[in-house]
Unconditional design. Sequence first.
Length: 317
Amino acid sequence: MNRLLMSAVLALCLCAPALAQKVDPEMERLRAQLRSLDEEPALGTLAPAERLRAQQAIEALSTASRRERSDALLVAERRLDIARAAAEAEAWQQQIAQLERERDQILLEASRRDAEAARLEAEKLRLQSLARAEEAERAQEAAASAIALSELSSAEAEQAKRLAEAQSQEAALARREADLAFAAADSLRLQLQTMTATSEARGQVMTLSGEAFASGQSRLKPEARANLQRVVEFVGRFPDKDVLIEGHTDSQGGANLNQVLSQKRAEAVRDALVQDGVDATRLTAVGLGKDRPVADNASAEGRARNRRVEIVVLEAR
């Protein structure tokens, strides 16, 4: 009986330190806040380094002396606040990055739609030109019939003849306009297909003439948009180099207008290259207005040379 009593007393003595140890409410509170942060779906895996520092600061409370405890508690609370703030900031950055990706996709889709609208408009104009030519041909045939019938009366015949001549001139003019439009398109296609690059100190340069754009417009002509493959191949030969796309104008018009027009034309070429598969991160579009002429603006030929877009594959620095 005495042995049992002694054993019970000994066990009670061994357990006494454990029973005497009290739960630290401040540490439990901070641990609970850290667990709450870890369990938040949107923040649970973010800012791991700051979480670790917060956990270390909380655990340091257990070894802090009574005099150091107040400062250690303040440090732990601040570390916990920093961990939450860092996680929230990282979450915001992820959301911003996602929104920027969505914006870029929207802009790309808008560019594609603009290109398709330009193609449809060009096709519409071509069909209208053909229709006018056909109408003129029919009018010419009708005039010839009128001349034959007007032989019954000299006055009527003379009137019909004049009408036929006028309609014939109209038909010839319509055909000439159509021929000039097709010739200009063919000339532009040939120019784009035979473009070559030149070597300069800043890098390899390929020049796209202002004929690729309608007068005063920043949208690429359909035939220019459809024949940029040579430029794509040129840029593709240097996959590891950045590309600068510079828009230039002649000296006619105001400085602000020329600056805006040159910027939009450079951006139009950049967007077309992106649509044809060139990495957008390599491309930078900048408008330089009339500030960098390559010829004298006093002549029409010089102004035509100054209206250009230069695609520059930059030398690595």
